[in-house]
Design a binder for this molecule. Structure first.
Ligand SMILES: *[C@@H]1O[C@H](CO)[C@@H](O)[C@H](O)[C@H]1NC(C)=O
Ligand SMILES: *[C@@H]1O[C@H](CO)[C@@H](O)[C@H](O)[C@H]1NC(C)=O
Ligand SMILES: *[C@@H]1O[C@H](CO)[C@@H](O)[C@H](O)[C@H]1NC(C)=O
Ligand SMILES: *[C@@H]1O[C@H](CO)[C@@H](O)[C@H](O)[C@H]1NC(C)=O
Ligand SMILES: *[C@@H]1O[C@H](CO)[C@@H](O)[C@H](O)[C@H]1NC(C)=O
Ligand SMILES: *[C@@H]1O[C@H](CO)[C@@H](O)[C@H](O)[C@H]1NC(C)=O
Ligand SMILES: *[C@@H]1O[C@H](CO)[C@@H](O)[C@H](O)[C@H]1NC(C)=O
Ligand SMILES: *[C@@H]1O[C@H](CO)[C@@H](O)[C@H](O)[C@H]1NC(C)=O
Ligand SMILES: *[C@@H]1O[C@H](CO)[C@@H](O)[C@H](O)[C@H]1NC(C)=O
Ligand SMILES: *[C@@H]1O[C@H](CO)[C@@H](O)[C@H](O)[C@H]1NC(C)=O
Ligand SMILES: *[C@@H]1O[C@H](CO)[C@@H](O)[C@H](O)[C@H]1NC(C)=O
Ligand SMILES: *[C@@H]1O[C@H](CO)[C@@H](O)[C@H](O)[C@H]1NC(C)=O
Ligand SMILES: [Cu+2]
Length: 669
């Protein structure tokens, strides 16, 4: 049945004819024409017409376009239409969507997944290739996972072992895979961070990531952590289940994944080259469009014929087909490079129940801001009129862009369609009134929901802090007049031919071998660790005991930055600007006065406001080198990344697997 899938495509090649189809007497559409918006209208009309036709064909009812009452419509009634792949009907005609697109049904979670199954090993293969794709119609070089964009769903239960074989079939570049939000407790070398936990997987080679998922469940994702590579397509969702999910499942009937991302029409390294050039200060590449689960519309006429871009006018929106009076959990993941989005469904309140793997008490919102790297689950109830469809709007907060992009439509869209309704009225372009945006003002800043509004359902008062570190970051014109980021004065660049993890393990082992007094013993286990070179800012946070670490992250920059800590969740204890209240810190925050810090929100990515600070706390019980970095891809490449070393005592005794070390050795010649 079509209702189980999401159709993302249309089958018509001539917009004028489709336009008539959607507005003439076939009984499928009844929206008045608005000349200025015809493009968007026919696209979306076509989607729904296609769904209905597919449904009809699939059911063998013979409802076709030949029944249309106007001759122009009849003339165009030769569409190549098939039901969604895998549904009943003719299998001989062409597919609904290009073969490089991931089947949208992949992102509908199977309700029969056994959350109580005993821990087991799950194998996945991810093959990285180069190619061309046109998610929004504009053809560009892209990277694919298993030949598709976006990447496949990786799903497991807490306690499972994941064995993921990543094969790099790129022509020349290396790659890595990072499991965003995974603790990797005891397997730091599988964290996937280039130059920190591993060297890149060279072109032509495979590498096995092999780790268990302990003490966590929820919505995560995976992406290349090699330069800006993930922006070109190496992203996918990672969903972890656990028996505790049973309670929260009472709140919803369906479970879906929604990847939201900004999108560029040029390869990421082209944009990076434009960004990291002399005399370019704070001028990040501005996206050309956004995508929802890899789809969106782009108005091809915005590019001149001599622009160099090939643009197909047949791109369209993702359609979420839902049954009336059901509740759907949408797991939103911002897999983008730069833009924060405000998410909203017209006429439907969202009830937020998860932030970055932390379940929270249901919190209703109209607009949900989500910055790069963050995840939210929110429930939508289909209790509105079945007579129309509704927009999912993902509105970029363009105030955070320093330059304009004339081709950018900052509102990325998808469609919610009630399958049980007749779906005869379609939401059209902005300004049409079939699907109405909330009256709530859009944000003019990039910021998170107030963390105090999200209350973890499992109360967890943070332990008292035993360590405090402050780190400052800023952007400044550096050598060659480039706009580099600095964390306490250090601009990160990945080590080459080795990793900070290898250097740390070997350095610690050497120190231990010399009884802690030899020349290798300079390895500080508390405070700044020198010896990794001028581009590594590494802070030791715990040695033989588990420390509870407060980090005051201080922004000396005019932009907002979504900071992500690898290997941990952190509590967000305080955020603010201006002077830090030390008296309050020592009295209440550091010792964890439960009346003050209480049940603070835990997550792994938070947005730090311009010229502001955030105090986060994490338990440094996870041996390894863990990066804290801005997830805006351009900023990470500008050097906005630092590292913590935890449990140096354990780390010094750890054996880095030979295949991990092998990635750093040049191939035998
Ligand atoms: C596409 O862009 C052209 C040129 O700016 C404009 O005239 C047209 O209305 C746009 N179409 C849609 C559907 O927005
Ligand atoms: C869109 O147009 C391009 C170019 O004609 C074609 O290759 C592609 O298959 C079309 N996509 C769909 C979904 O029809
Ligand atoms: C990993 O995948 C590659 C490509 O399919 C394959 O050649 C290789 O044998 C796989 N490795 C393992 C250990 O399964
Ligand atoms: C490979 O890396 C180089 C250097 O960063 C870059 O210019 C190029 O675009 C990359 N190619 C691919 C396919 O990733
Ligand atoms: C994965 O790691 C476990 C524990 O170290 C080991 O026993 C197992 O052989 C590994 N499997 C693969 C395929 O590397
Ligand atoms: C959506 O909400 C708006 C504003 O509350 C209302 O005017 C409109 O009738 C609603 N539309 C539908 C289809 O429910
Ligand atoms: C629809 O469901 C939401 C969430 O349960 C609720 O807040 C709202 O009042 C309901 N609206 C109608 C019209 O039933
Ligand atoms: C669909 O249309 C039929 C015929 O017009 C009507 O009887 C039925 O109530 C409609 N269903 C819904 C859910 O609106
Ligand atoms: C929608 O627009 C039409 C045409 O402009 C108007 O007649 C109608 O009253 C509007 N409906 C609503 C709910 O605003
Ligand atoms: C970072 O710099 C700030 C400001 O100079 C200083 O207070 C702080 O101690 C430094 N942090 C570390 C970890 O050295
Ligand atoms: C770290 O702890 C180990 C084990 O207790 C100890 O041998 C070592 O001296 C400690 N290192 C430092 C720098 O304190
Ligand atoms: C990490 O592993 C250590 C040692 O097994 C354990 O004490 C600690 O609780 C673990 N931390 C997390 C977050 O799983
Ligand atoms: Cu940033």
């Amino acid at each position: 049945m079509v209702a189980e899938g999401e159709s993302n495509s249309k089958q018509f090649t001539e917009s004028s004819k489709v336009n008539e189809l959607t507005s003439t007497g076939n009984g499928l559409a009844s929206t008045p024409k608005r000349p200025g918006n015809s493009r968007t209208r026919w696209i979306i009309g076509a989607i729904v017409v296609a769904v209905i036709i597919a449904l009809a064909l699939g059911l063998g009812l013979g409802l076709g376009l030949k029944n249309n009452s106007t001759s122009s419509a009849t003339e165009s009634a030769q569409p190549v239409v098939t039901p969604l792949p895998g549904t009943a009907g003719s299998a001989s005609t062409k597919s609904y969507f290009e073969e490089w697109r991931l089947d949208p049904k992949t992102y509908i979670l199977d309700p029969s997944w056994d959350i109580n199954e005993a821990p087991r090993t799950r194998h996945y293969d991810l093959v990285i290739t180069e190619g061309q794709g046109w998610p929004d119609g504009v053809v560009r070089d892209m990277l694919f996972i298993n030949g598709k964009f976006p990447g496949p769903l990786i799903e497991a239960n807490r306690g499972d072992r994941l064995i993921v074989n990543v094969t790099n079939l790129l022509r020349e570049n290396s790659t890595t895979m990072h499991w965003h939000g995974q603790y990797q407790n005891g397997t730091n070398w599988f964290d996937g961070t280039t130059g920190v936990t591993q060297c890149g997987i060279p072109a032509g080679q495979s590498f096995i990531y092999n780790f268990t998922v302990d003490n966590q469940f929820g919505t995560y994702w995976y992406h290349s952590h090699y330069s800006t590579q993930y922006l070109d397509g190496i992203v996918g969702p990672l969903i972890i289940h656990a028996p505790e999910e049973a309670a929260v499942r009472q709140l919803y009937d369906q479970d879906r994944i929604v990847l939201v991302q900004d999108w560029y029409h040029d390869f990421s390294t082209v944009n990076l080259g434009r960004y990291l050039v002399p005399d370019n200060e704070n001028s990040e590449p501005v996206p050309d469009n956004g995508l929802i689960n890899g789809w969106n519309y782009f108005n091809c006429s915005l590019y001149d014929p001599d622009s160099g871009y090939t643009c197909y006018d047949n791109s369209t929106y993702t359609v979420f087909t839902l049954d009336p009076n059901t509740r759907t959990r949408f797991r939103f993941i911002n897999t983008g490079a730069f833009a924060e989005f405000e998410l909203s469904f017209d006429n439907h309140t969202l009830s937020v129940i998860e932030a970055d793997g932390t379940l929270v008490n249901p919190h209703p919102v109209h607009r949900l801001p989500i910055h790069v790297g963050q995840r939210y689950s929110a429930i939508l109830t289909t209790n509105q009129s079945t007579a129309t469809n509704y927009w999912l709007r993902a509105a970029m907060v363009t105030f955070c862009f320093t330059i304009d992009n004339a081709v950018l439509d900052p509102t990325t869209r998808a469609v919610v369609s009630y399958s049980g309704g007749n779906n005869t009225v379609f939401p059209l372009a902005e300004g049409d009134n079939a699907s109405v945006d909330w009256a709530d003002a859009y944000g003019v800043k990039c910021h998170d929901l107030d963390p105090s509004e999200l209350v973890p359902s499992e109360r967890m008062v943070p332990p008292a802090a035993t360590r405090f570190w402050r780190v400052d970051f800023s952007f400044g014109i550096g050598a060659y007049q480039m706009d580099y980021a600095k964390v306490n004065g250090t601009t990160w660049k990945p080590l080459e031919g080795t990793t900070t993890l290898i250097e740390a393990v070997d350095g610690l082992a050497m120190a231990a071998g010399s009884g802690g007094s030899g020349s290798g013993s300079g390895f500080a286990t508390s405070g700044v660790v020198s010896g990794f070179g001028e581009n590594q800012f590494v802070v030791g946070v715990s040695n033989a005991s588990v420390e509870v670490v407060d980090v005051l992250i201080y922004s000396l920059d005019e932009g907002a930055h979504p900071f992500h800590l690898h290997g941990h969740d952190f509590w967000i204890l305080l955020t603010g600007s201006g002077p830090f209240d030390w008296a309050n810190y020592y009295q209440n925050i550091m010792p964890s006065n439960p009346d003050v810090v209480g049940n603070a929100l835990r997550r792994d990515t938070l947005t730090i406001a311009p010229y502001a600070w955030a105090l986060i706390r994490f338990v440094a019980d996870n041996p390894g080198l863990w990066v804290l970095h801005c997830h805006i891809a351009w900023h990470m490449e500008a050097g906005l990344l630092m590292q913590f070393v935890s449990r140096a005592d354990v780390l010094g005794k750890m054996q880095i697997p030979e295949d991990v070390r092998g990635l750093c050795r040049p191939p035998p010649s």
